[in-house]
Design a protein around this ligand. Structure first.
Ligand code: HEM
Ligand SMILES: *[C@@H]1O[C@H](CO)[C@@H](O)[C@H](O)[C@H]1NC(C)=O
Ligand SMILES: *[C@@H]1O[C@H](CO)[C@@H](O)[C@H](O)[C@H]1NC(C)=O
Length: 340
């Protein structure tokens, strides 16, 4: 009897262990850290107001600042989760992410985050993480240039580490294939729909000649509808970005129709075949991208659907967490350096 009881218990063991593992796994990833809308309500109720006010000034002085902050948030979240790792400067003891090939000569907005951080530190010292400031600022940036509003869950901690290696491997490049970019999004828990919606951020901001030279001298004319507007645009791109002989850091707007407006005209450009980055045009033109093509068409025709999905996907990207930072992280005093 005792033997048969044991026997009947044994096969149960792996099953209950599995349940425990899956519960632990869930608590480590989905609910840890528990981001909430009211995390700072008792400790720094004015945080959203301060970020908004600062971002209003920054975007009024230069709309490009909106683009810089949105991109900075993306590069933060794709490396160790949204933990402010992208903000860390190189020091003798820490190698930051700023020299990664996708970021060097290209990322900006660090001083904007410094200015917001110092305002917040004077109001509520040691309370608000740099990762949260960047996440809130990205939402305000989008809103200020005509994009959608969404509520921002907060409660992130700042990392004590950064990873140049992960910055090199996780952040997609303009010359990368669609399949490879999809893989990088899936790796972060983001879907093909998230990829197409989030790429809509390229409706604002600019790219450097180095990022689109290969595109304008190779297959731009293959994908383009060769309308007079497209032809004029292509020759102006070429004049600012010579095939050889420099100009690498000359910039051009990715959405040349409404460069400073967050709208869905980015998707209309892809329909015309006029996407500036090869990676963007592939969403519509790649033979392997039937699903992405359908989504581009959908967002071109339905701006409301684009705004809704963009908001949802930004929250989802902002939810990419660093479980390690949640336990070992901190609230940095200076966003550029780990606390002493
Ligand atoms: C899907 C894969 C992506 C690729 C391959 C990509 C690539 C690039 C490249 C090459 C640039 C120009 C950089 C330069 O030449 O200096 C750029 C700019 C930008 N990206 Fe992306 N990106 C991607 C996704 C995203 C996402 C998900 C966001 C945000 C939600 C984003 C936001 C931006 C913004 C706002 C700019 C303009 C920045 C400025 O004006 O300086 N990108 N991206
Ligand atoms: C960079 O762009 C400017 C126009 O904005 C142009 O005059 C200059 O020649 C370009 N640089 C190169 C190396 O072509
Ligand atoms: C993001 O996280 C919050 C709280 O942690 C959760 O309520 C929300 O459903 C998540 N949203 C998405 C799109 O993942």
């Amino acid at each position: 009897m005792a033997f048969s009881l044991q026997e009947s218990k044994l096969p149960m063991l792996p099953f209950s262990v599995l349940i425990i593992i899956s519960i632990l796994g869930r608590s480590l990833h989905a609910s840890d850290p528990p981001l909430t809308l009211d995390h700072y309500a008792p400790t720094c109720p004015s945080v959203f107001e301060i970020v908004k006010k600062e971002m209003e000034c920054e975007v009024r002085s230069d709309p490009r600042n909106a683009a810089l902050i949105v991109r900075l948030h993306f590069h933060d979240c794709f490396v160790q989760g949204c933990d402010g790792s992208v903000l860390l400067d190189d020091t003798i003891t820490l190698q930051g992410e700023k020299k990664a090939s996708a970021s060097i000569n290209s990322l900006g907005g660090f001083q904007i985050i410094d200015r917001i951080k110092s305002k917040i530190e004077s109001e509520c010292p040691g309370i608000v993480s740099c990762a949260d400031i960047l996440t809130i600022a990205a939402r305000d940036a989008v809103l200020l240039v005509g994009g959608p509003y969404w509520d921002v869950p907060v409660g992130r901690k700042d990392s004590k580490t950064a990873s140049l290696e992960l910055a090199e491997s996780n952040i997609p490049r303009a010359d990368e294939s669609l399949l490879s970019i999809i893989t990088k999004f899936l790796y972060q828990g983001l879907s093909v729909t998230d990829l197409v919606a989030l790429s809509g951020a390229h409706t604002i901001g600019s790219a450097r000649c180095a990022s689109f030279r290969a595109r304008i001298y190779r297959d731009f004319e293959t994908t383009s509808d060769r309308s007079p507007a497209s032809e004029t645009h292509l020759s102006s791109l070429k004049s600012r970005c010579p095939a050889s002989g420099g100009g690498d850091n000359n910039i051009s707007a990715m959405d040349y129709v409404t460069p400073n407006l967050f709208d869905n005209s980015f998707y209309h450009l892809l329909l015309k075949g006029d996407g500036l980055l090869n990676s963007d045009q592939e969403l519509y033109s790649s033979m392997l991208g039937l699903e992405t093509k359908n989504l581009v068409v959908k967002y071109a025709h339905d701006p409301v659907a684009f705004f809704q999905r963009f908001s949802y996907s930004m929250v989802k990207m902002g939810n990419i967490t660093n479980p390690h930072s949640f336990v070992n992280g901190e609230i940095r005093t200076d966003c550029r350096f780990v606390n002493a």
